[in-house]
Design a protein around this ligand. Structure first.
Ligand code: ATP
Ligand code: MG
Length: 324
């Protein structure tokens, strides 16, 4: 029997703007203390989903609970128990780091006698020590992001929603930020974070991939990778676009896609690998390295979106319920 409690339960949640369906029958759940990553390109419906769960926007259909409270009927209760770091996180440029924290502590009614200690703790946890009295307008992007997270945590929420918390910061800062999120989850805080960066999904217990308002897959990163059919190779070959034309649809090749300077090729079986070089050279291409590689979540995402475009009504892959 599963005793896992759920921080979030979403069942066929939808939102329309006029005739436009921004979120269509999205379903997923988040066990308490887990990190759920919502991935998808611009306009996929990630922010709209988050805003409905935070009680900031009414769904047009379906239902959802957050920390056991219904988003339709108990929005005010939800807002008190969650932290929300919005995509355009709202910091006050002309206030200092502690000025912003004090403002949010007041907004969230943190008891006055606890505020000082809480602020000091947050400054330390989010690595802002030494910057307490700096104006926000003089902070770097990564510092602002850590401060926005601190502001979202000021009232010790049981769950936090982070909408693209790491957009536009360098890889080291992104990593440091995820370390912070990890340690919060370790303390039992449930997390839903959206991102465009597929590599960040590796930090999540479960990943939901959204595309054009629909959830195209929900599963652990490993389960998502495992469902990519065939075996993946990466090729260093010039010119890459021409190589893609040569291999796409050729015998034994299931799929091709360009990843930076490398061509990713999904083969039906490893035996086809030996034929790649002769085929490319026969077409006059210069072939460098050919090596097998683990599929990234980006490969999985591309494959799922292509499937979805071929079969628009296909159901999404849902992870089986957690049993422990
Ligand atoms: N208030 C609104 N009125 C009309 N359309 C809207 C509104 N809010 C969002 N949309 C549309 O709904 C779709 C989903 O938007 P949403 O902001 O949820 O996407 P997203 O996945 O967060 O994208 P991004 O990665 O760019 O932040 C988009 O096509 C957007 O233009
Ligand atoms: Mg968004």
């Amino acid at each position: 029997m599963s005793t896992t409690r759920l921080a979030v339960e979403v069942d066929k949640l939808s939102r329309r703007f006029g005739d436009f369906a921004a979120v269509q029958e999205v379903s997923f759940y988040i066990p308490e203390g887990e990190i759920f990553g919502l991935l998808g390109p611009n306009g996929a419906g990630k922010t709209t989903t988050i805003r409905m769960l935070c009680g900031l926007m009414k769904p047009s259909g379906g239902r959802a609970t957050v920390l056991g409270m219904d988003v339709m009927r108990q929005a005010e209760g939800i807002k008190k128990r969650i932290g929300y770091m919005s995509q355009a996180f709202s910091l006050y440029d002309d206030l200092t780091v502690v000025g912003n924290l004090a403002f949010y502590a007041a907004v969230y009614s943190v008891p006055r006698r606890e505020r000082q200690a809480r602020l000091e703790e947050l400054v330390q946890v989010t690595n802002l020590t030494g910057l307490e009295h700096r104006l926000v307008r003089h902070l770097s992007g990564a510092m602002r992001q850590r401060l926005a997270l601190a502001c979202a945590l000021v009232h010790r929420p049981d769950m936090i929603f982070l909408d693209e918390p790491t957009a536009g910061v360098d890889p080291l800062a992104r990593r440091a930020f995820w370390d912070l999120i990890y340690s919060m989850a370790g303390q039992g805080v449930s997390v839903l974070a959206t991102t465009h960066y597929m590599d960040e999904a590796e930090y999540c217990n479960t990943v939901g991939m959204m595309y054009a308002g629909r959830m195209v897959a929900v599963a652990s990163p490993a389960a998502l990778r495992a469902r990519l059919p065939g075996v993946l190779y990466q090729l260093d070959v010039r010119p890459i676009e021409r190589a893609q034309e040569v291999l796409e649809g050729s015998p034994g090749v299931l799929d091709t896609s360009i990843h930076g300077a490398l061509l990713h090729v999904v083969l039906a079986e490893a035996a086809v690998e030996g034929e790649l070089q002769p085929r490319l050279e026969a077409a006059g291409l210069e072939v460098g390295r050919i090596e097998s590689t683990e599929p990234s979540l980006e490969d999985v995402f591309i494959s799922l979106v292509e499937d979805r475009e071929r079969h628009p009504a296909a159901s999404s892959i849902l992870a089986p319920p957690v049993e422990d």
